[in-house]
Ligand binder design. Sequence first.
Ligand SMILES: C[C@H](O)CC(=O)SCCNC(=O)CCNC(=O)[C@H](O)C(C)(C)COP(=O)(O)OP(=O)(O)OC[C@H]1O[C@@H](n2cnc3c(N)ncnc32)[C@H](O)[C@@H]1OP(=O)(O)O
Length: 734
Amino acid sequence: MAPVKVTMEVGTDGVAVITIFNPPVNALAIPIIAGLREKWTEATMRNDVKAIVLTGNGGRFSGGFDINVFQKVHATGDTSQMPDVSVDLVVNTMEDGKKPAVAAIEGLALGGGLELALGCHARIAAPRAQLGLPELSLGVMPGFGGTQRLPRLIGLSKAVELMMTSKPIMSEEGKKLGLIDAIVPSSELLKVSRQWALDIAERRKPWMRSLHKTDKIGSLSEAHEILKVAREQVKQTAKNMPQHMACIEVIEEGIIHGGYNGVLKEAKVFKDLVLSDTSKGLVHIFFSQRATSKVPNVTDIGLKPRTVKKVAVIGGGLMGSGIATALALSNTIVILKEINSEFLQKGTKAIEETYEEVSYITANVRGLVARKKLPQDKADKALSMVKGALDYSDFKDVDMVIEAVIENVPLKQKIFSEIEKVCPPHCILATNTSTIDLNIIGENTTSKDRIIGAHFFSPAHIMPLLEIVRTEKTSAQAILDLMSVGKAIKKVPVVVGNCTGFAVNRTFFPYSQGAHILVNLGVDVFRIDTQIASFGLPMGPFQLQDLTGYGVAVAVGKEFCSAFSDRTFKSPLIDLLIKSGRNGKNNGKGYYIYEKGSKPRPDFTVLPIIEESRRLANIMPGGKPISVTDQEIVEMILFPVVNEACRVLDEGILVRASDLDVTSVLGMSFPSYRGGIVFWADTVGAGHIYRSLKKWSELYGNFFKPSRFLEERATKGIPLSAPSSTSSVSRSRM
Ligand SMILES: C[C@H](O)CC(=O)SCCNC(=O)CCNC(=O)[C@H](O)C(C)(C)COP(=O)(O)OP(=O)(O)OC[C@H]1O[C@@H](n2cnc3c(N)ncnc32)[C@H](O)[C@@H]1OP(=O)(O)O
C-alpha cells in the first residue's frame, strides 16, 4: 500500500511545496491533517521559506475529509476522534499564518479538500478540475469553514446552491465566480502557483483572507431573502433530513455575527450532525455503493475486462430504446434490431425523443449545449452511433447482445438460439428480463457460460441501477465485462443470483401486496400513499401503480403468485379497476386524477370500486375495517419487504447485505438517508419486525409469516446485515 504522508520541499525560490499523499483521492485522513499542521508550522518557522504552495499528489488535490472517520464515529458515538481543523489548522495556522499560501488544484477539490484551498490566500487550478462541497449528501455539512468562506468568495446565492445540491462545478466556472484566481495547464500549475505565492509575499498580489471578505455577501436584507427562499426549497426537496436547514442556519450565523462566529457555530453543529441517523444512513450508502464493484471470484482473480465496442439491442420498445440511448450516449456503437420497419422506426425515434428527454431532465439538450455541458457535436455523435436493423447481418462482429423483447418464454428462447449461431463466440448474450429464469431462456443453447441478465430499470437511460444476473454457469469474464459496460454507461452494476424477480423485484413484491392487503382490510388508499410518501419514498404504492400501469401489476403479480404461492395475496382490486375502464396515468384514470400542469389529485369516484374489492376479498375481521396507526401502515407495508429481503439474503442471492441497500435505493427509490432496506431494518430492530409480523400473520394470514432467517436473527439478537455463516439454500446459485 502506498504511504499516507504529507511532504514538504523548499525550493531555492523560497517556496515550500506541501504535498498530500493518500491515494486514490488524497482523503484528509487523521495522519494527513497532523502532517499538514506539522509541515505548515515548520514552513512558518523556517527563515528560508517566504511562501507556501499546497497541492495533492497524483493529479488530485483532495477528495475531502476521510469518510472512514465518520464510520468510526458512527460505530462508537465518540466525536472526539474528529480533530479541530477549522479553527486550529485552517484559521490560525493557514489563513492567519505569517506566510502566504496558494492552493495548486488539479483533478478535484471536494469537501474538506476545497475548504483547505479556501483557507489559502489564492487558488490556481488546472482546466476541468472538479470543485464542490458535497457534505450534505453525507448527512453532514462543510466543517472546515466552507459554510463561511464560500459565500464570501462567490456570493451567497451561488454558494447556497452549491452546498444545497452537493453538485461540483468545474474550475472554469469557479474562475468566473471568483473561487479560482487563475486557470493554467497542468504542466504549469506548480510553476505559476509558486510565482503567485511569491507575488503575494512581496505584495505584488493581494494577500486575501476569504473569511474577512464582505463585498460578495450583499446587504442583510438581501441575505435574508436568499436564505428564506433556500429554506422554502429545502422544505420541499429535503424532507426528513436535518442537515440542509442546519447548514442554512450556520451560514446565517456568519452573515449576522461575522465569519469567525460562523466558523465556531459550524464546528459545533457539524458534530451534532455527524451523529444523526441521516449521516449514518448516507455514509453507509456511500461505502456500500463502492463495495458493489468488488465481487469475489470475479474482480479478484486477475481478469481484465474485454473491450465492448459494439452492442446489439433486440427490441426497440420502452426498455430497448432506453438501453440503446444509454449506450449511445457513452459512445458505444449500437445495432437496434426490430421485427419490422414500423417498429424499428418507432424505436429509433424513441431514442431521439428519449435523447431529448435526457436533456430535458438535466434541463434539455439545447440548454446543455448552450451551457457547454453537452457539446452539440457530442449530441450529434451519440445519435450517429445507433444503426437500425431488421435482420442479424450486422451481428457478426458484435461484442454483446442485449435482448429486450416482451416477457415471452418461447420468443426469448428462439432469439437466444438464433443469436448463439450468428454472433461471434466471444459475444456476451444478455437478457433484460425482469422475472424469467435465465436457465429457461438459455435452455436450447450450448453457450450457458455467456448467458447473463442485464436488468435495467425503467427509464433505462435515467435509472442508475443495473442488476447483473448470473447463473451458476455464467463465466466470471462475462460478469466482469458487463460490469465494465455498466460503469462505462454510468450505471451502478450490482451482481445478483438467479431467482424469480432477482434481488430487487423479488424483495419488493410484497410492497404493493402489503398495500393491497391494507386497503382490503379497510384502510384508506390515500392515507396509505400519504404515509409512505412521508416515510420518504417518492410516492405511495397506489400512485406508483397508476404510473406503471395496471397491466404491469397484473403480469408481475402472476409471476410472483406462481413462484411464491405460500405468501401472495390476490387482490380483486386491479381487475375491478381495469373492468371499470381505468388504467392509471396511461389513460388519465386511476386512483388519482391526472391533469396537465397540476399535481395528481385523489379521485374519490374510485371509492365504490374499492368497496366492491373489499366485499369480494372478504378479509376484514368481523366485516369491519381495521384500525391502524400511521406508523403501523408504514410497517405493515415495509416489514413484509424486509421479510422477503431476509429470504433473499438467506438464499445467498447477493454477495453482501449492503448490496440490497444499494439496490433498494437506486432501483426502488428507498430513501438513501435511511441507509437502504436492510440497514433501516436493523435500525428498527429485527426483534420488533419479527414480533409484529408474527402478530399480523396470526390475525391476517400467511403473507406476514416471518421467515426462518428473520426468526433466527431476531431470537439470537444478530443484525440482519451480519454475514451468514451458512445459508439454507446452496450458494451455487451465485
Ligand atoms: C469536514 C469536511 O467538510 C467533511 C468532508 O470533507 S466529508 C467528505 C467530502 N467529500 C466527498 O463527499 C467526496 C466523496 N468521494 C467522491 O465523491 C468520489 O469518491 C470521488 C469523486 C472523489 C472520486 O470518484 P471515483 O474516481 O469514481 O472513485 P471512487 O470509487 O468513488 O473512490 C475511490 C476510493 O476512494 C475512496 N474515497 C473517496 N473519497 C473518499 C473520502 N473523502 N474519504 C475516504 N475515502 C474516500 C472510496 O471509498 C474508494 O475506496 P475503495 O477503492 O476502497 O472502494
